[in-house]
Design a protein around this ligand. Structure first.
Ligand code: SF4
Length: 259
């Protein structure tokens, strides 16, 4: 089966979204915002990813990386912190693209948030955490971090169809869960799986659950099921990729369980 190597793509992407100035790693962000997800969360949206999902809601900043501004970790911290304080949120996160592409930047951000009352939700596709055990180990230094590993499809074939990446890289997403549990993250509480289900068959979803069960049953109980939200720019991408969701929601009809 054809496809790209996400680690090579990630390295190439890093060159345009990560830079080091005066020994400090800066990451490109395209916005900072509050929002209703997780019951209220302050978010910094980064530019750049090591996948090219054909349903990506932020594809204009992940598939294309020329927009956004480089921020030092303290700058990003101040902006996210200010939103969380002003709005009275409990959670903060980095989203939009893949946060683990800028490891040093992420680590500095986690350090800064570890001295606050906020829970940091690390939204990631998990590929790099699956590849590098040391990355899982680094994350385990911060007790306020919860890791949400977002699976792109339920099987290798679906992963390949949805991301265009070589199918075998899907296994790194499972490996990420294994590594995180091994370094001490509690399954179902401090680490849990999310899955894009808009394009999956019931049969493949059953296979996915079986794989999770083999790692830890608590992971099955804590699956966060995701479906495509049909924003105009997402419809544009789906059409371009000739991809038709089996189930999707309009922006004014998002089920409560997805918020
Ligand atoms: S992993 Fe997430 S951010 Fe990256 S392309 Fe896929 S949906 Fe977009």
């Amino acid at each position: 089966m054809q496809g790209y190597d996400p680690f090579q793509l990630g390295e190439a992407t890093r060159k345009s979204v990560v830079r080091v100035v005066g020994g400090v790693e800066e990451r490109k962000y395209y916005r900072f915002r509050g929002g209703r997800w997780y019951g209220g969360i302050a978010t910094g949206d980064v530019v750049g990813c090591n996948l090219r999902c054909k349903f990506c809601w932020s594809w204009r900043f992940t598939h294309i990386t020329d927009k956004g501004y480089f921020r030092r970790p303290e700058e990003a911290f101040e902006k996210i912190f200010a939103i969380a304080s002003r709005k009275g949120y409990k959670y903060v996160r980095v989203s939009g693209g893949e946060p683990t592409l800028s490891l040093n930047h992420l680590q500095e951000l986690l350090k800064l948030f570890s001295e606050t009352k906020y829970v940091f939700i690390l939204e990631t596709n998990g590929l790099l955490i699956g590849k590098e055990y040391s990355l899982a180990k680094m994350l385990s230094n911060y007790s306020n971090v919860v890791v949400r590993v977002s699976f792109k499809g339920a099987t290798e074939e679906e992963f390949n169809m949805l991301t265009g990446a070589k199918p075998e890289f899907f296994n790194y997403q499972f490996k990420a869960l294994e590594n995180l549990i091994e370094v001490g993250f509690k399954p179902g509480e401090e680490v849990y799986p999310a899955i894009m289900l808009s394009f999956s068959t019931d049969e493949n979803y059953a296979k996915f659950k079986k794989r999770l069960m083999e790692i830890n049953p608590r992971l099955v109980e804590s699956i966060d099921e995701e479906y495509v939200i049909l924003y105009p720019h997402v419809i544009e991408l789906l059409k371009k990729n000739k991809l038709r969701p089996r189930l999707a929601f309009t922006p004014d009809n998002i089920p409560q369980c997805m918020i």
